[in-house]
Write a protein that binds this ligand. Structure first.
Ligand SMILES: Nc1ncnc2c1ncn2[C@@H]1O[C@H](COP(=O)(O)OP(=O)(O)OP(=O)(O)O)[C@@H](O)[C@H]1O
Length: 605
């Protein structure tokens, strides 16, 4: 959604200069010394290029016309010196600028990633993964090429042209004027091309993002892709995105290449005019041929840098689209921020309360005037049909979002008044689908409390009934779990998540019980680990197992964002209301995958 709205907005033509200025200013300061060195090298390149044109006059006049033997060696040695200086300076300039370019890409990538980490959950749910990948990869490279183009073109090419024009004007001012007649048509032709390139660069970004999104969805959902046989539709989505990128890339290439015939023809026209007039002056008016040759050499040498300058605007615009998108993200302020006077949350009891909370993700309310209390040290189970708002309660407790009205309180303190770090430190979250990072088992557990010692990790794993299987893994605690924890079973992943939460030792536990069935042995290990984890903590659990709801101190029954019943299991069964119906439907049918479920039909309640 936002991919379209953001990526299809246009860069106004007058935004190019401020963008370049910002990019240059932000980077120039940090690398000023290295840029200064690069400019010295580029100045040397320009001067040596001009000198090679200048010396043509002496080659013709002294060697060929005056036949001065003494000058032959001097001129030959001078030419050698000039080209050596040019070669060494070009090398120096390239090395220095490449290093600065690499450092700038790295800086931009770090800045972007920091910004991405600061964004709130809303940003992640509306931004496709592919767009983030493109920004950090493609847009930072664009920043580098803009800087390269501006520095090299302004530095080397402009300096070279200035030096060569100086040679031309000194050798023959009138001829120099003649050579300038091609300027107006060149400028007009190039700016027409620029406008069109800008349009295609924008579409290319959108399609590149689509390619990455399809690729990531395929990789992340590969099981579903294969199980449901949806390879064809993904292939089609990919084909269409790839085709679009190819089309736009071809258009950009064609447009960029059009600067060549334009400049080639105009350049040829200028050289022809110069030959006509210069040749006539030498042949008819007896002018020295040395000046003419020096002039024509300067003109031919100025041709390449002039062509690059003409292309600069076209290429620059292509890359500026990426720079603009990079700054859009860098400038995107997270909507959910910590209050300036936020204090650290010191949980004493761990009482949790939702007071008349209303919240909406966008259209339609997800929670409507929801109020309930989760007593300190007790277990509160949230039950309700899919979409009732159970996970949303967790998101508000973690302050991934703020309620539109009402308040979320911990020990009587509004979560908006405390620092985000202290709030999240006070909460441990065990989700039904544990995400494991592509790190070692040990590091995955350590995420629960960065800085924990190896001994503490082993103790947490033992308490989580995970130690046994971890030591049997290849590599043990130091072994990798594979991307997304692929190399572990569902039950093992859950126990790693429990170990993480054990290590965190937070006073409040949010537990989203797994709906998927585990084998009996794994199930009992997970359950006994959870029981240990829940002891003496305020636990809010999205319950899917009968045993959990039955043992909970309080059950909050939710429906369409509201709390419709509250009490313990026996109370609610006696009320014979929604809970009873839900209980019969969800738990007694055995559809929950609950190992207790088959016994339920004969349950006395
Ligand atoms: N990131 C989101 N963006 C927009 N709407 C959302 C988002 N997450 C949830 N919703 C909507 O908010 C409502 C409550 O969803 P929530 O996930 O809290 O329900 P739930 O009770 O946890 O459901 P389930 O048991 O299926 O996980 C639903 O209507 C859902 O469509």
């Amino acid at each position: 959604m936002s991919k379209k709205s953001k990526s299809q907005e246009k860069i106004p033509a007058d935004a190019a200069i401020p963008l370049i200025r910002r990019l240059m200013l932000e980077n120039a300061k940090a690398y000023s010394r290295r840029y200064a060195i690069a400019f010295v090298f580029m100045g040397l390149v320009a001067v040596s290029t001009a000198a090679s044109a200048w010396i043509m006059r002496d080659v013709i006049n002294e060697v060929f016309i005056n036949q001065d033997k003494g000058m032959i060696l001097i001129i030959a040695l001078s030419v050698m010196a000039i080209f050596t200086i040019k070669g060494v300076s070009t090398y120096g300039q390239q090395v220095v600028l490449s290093r600065v370019g690499n450092a700038i890409v790295a800086d931009c990538q770090r800045r972007l990633f920091t910004r991405i980490l600061e964004q709130d959950m809303g940003y992640f749910s509306r931004t496709p993964l592919g767009e983030l990948t493109t920004r950090i990869q493609h847009n930072t490279a664009a920043a580098r090429s803009v800087i390269d183009m501006v520095v090299v073109t302004l530095g080397r090419d402009v300096l070279t042209i200035i030096a060569l024009v100086a040679v031309m004007v000194i050798q023959d001012p009138l001829l120099s004027l003649i050579a300038l007649v091609i300027m107006p048509p060149a400028v007009i032709g190039v700016s027409l091309l620029v406008r069109r390139v800008r349009k295609h660069a924008k579409s290319q970004f959108v399609s590149t993002t689509r390619i990455l999104s399809v690729l990531q969805e395929t990789a992340l959902g590969v099981r579903i892709v294969k199980a449901f046989g949806v390879e064809d539709s993904l292939q089609q989505a990919m084909n269409s995105a790839v085709h679009d990128v190819e089309k736009q890339a071809n258009k950009i290439a064609t447009l960029t290449a059009r600067t060549s015939p334009l400049m080639e023809t105009l350049g040829g026209f200028a050289v022809a005019l110069v030959i006509l007039y210069g040749g006539y002056s030498v042949v008819e008016m007896g002018q020295e041929p040395g000046a003419f040759f020096s002039f024509i050499t300067s003109l031919l040498l100025a041709y390449d840098p002039a062509k690059r300058l003409a292309r600069l605007q076209v290429n620059l615009n292509n890359s500026l689209v990426g720079v603009k998108l990079m700054y859009d993200l860098i400038d995107e302020e997270p909507s959910l921020k910590q209050a300036a006077d936020a204090r650290s949350l010191d949980v004493t009891k761990g009482a949790v309360e939702l007071a008349d909370v209303t919240f909406s993700y966008g259209e339609g309310a997800a929670l409507i005037g929801l109020s309930f209390k989760a007593e300190a040290g007790k277990t509160t189970a949230l039950v309700g049909a899919s979409g009732a708002g159970k996970s949303t309660v967790f998101s508000l407790l973690e302050r991934f979002y703020d309620p539109s009205s009402g308040a979320v309180l911990i020990d009587g303190r509004d979560v908006r008044d405390v620092t985000l770090a202290s709030l999240r430190r006070s909460i441990a979250y065990v989700s039904q689908d544990t995400f494991l990072f592509d790190l070692s088992v040990k590091e995955n557990i350590r995420l629960g409390r960065p800085g924990a010692s190896d001994e503490e990790i082993v103790t947490a794993a033992q308490d989580a009934n995970a130690h046994e299987f971890i030591v049997e893994l290849p590599g043990g605690y130091d072994g990798s779990v594979g991307e997304g924890g692929d190399q572990l079973s569902g039950g093992q992943r859950q126990r790693i998540a429990i170990a993480r939460a054990m290590l965190r030792d937070a006073p409040i536990l949010l537990l989203d019980e797994a709906t998927s069935a585990l084998d009996a042995e794994s199930e009992s290990k997970v359950q006994s680990a959870l029981a240990r984890l829940m002891r003496n903590r305020t636990t809010l659990v999205i319950a899917h197992r009968l045993a959990t709801v039955r043992d909970a101190d309080t059950i909050v029954v939710m429906d369409k964002g509201r709390c419709i019943e509250e009490g313990n299991h026996m109370d609610l069964i006696r009320q014979d209301g929604t809970y009873r119906r839900l209980y019969d439907l969800q738990f007694s049918s055995g559809s929950s995958g609950d190992s207790d479920a088959p016994n339920l039909k004969s349950d006395p309640v």
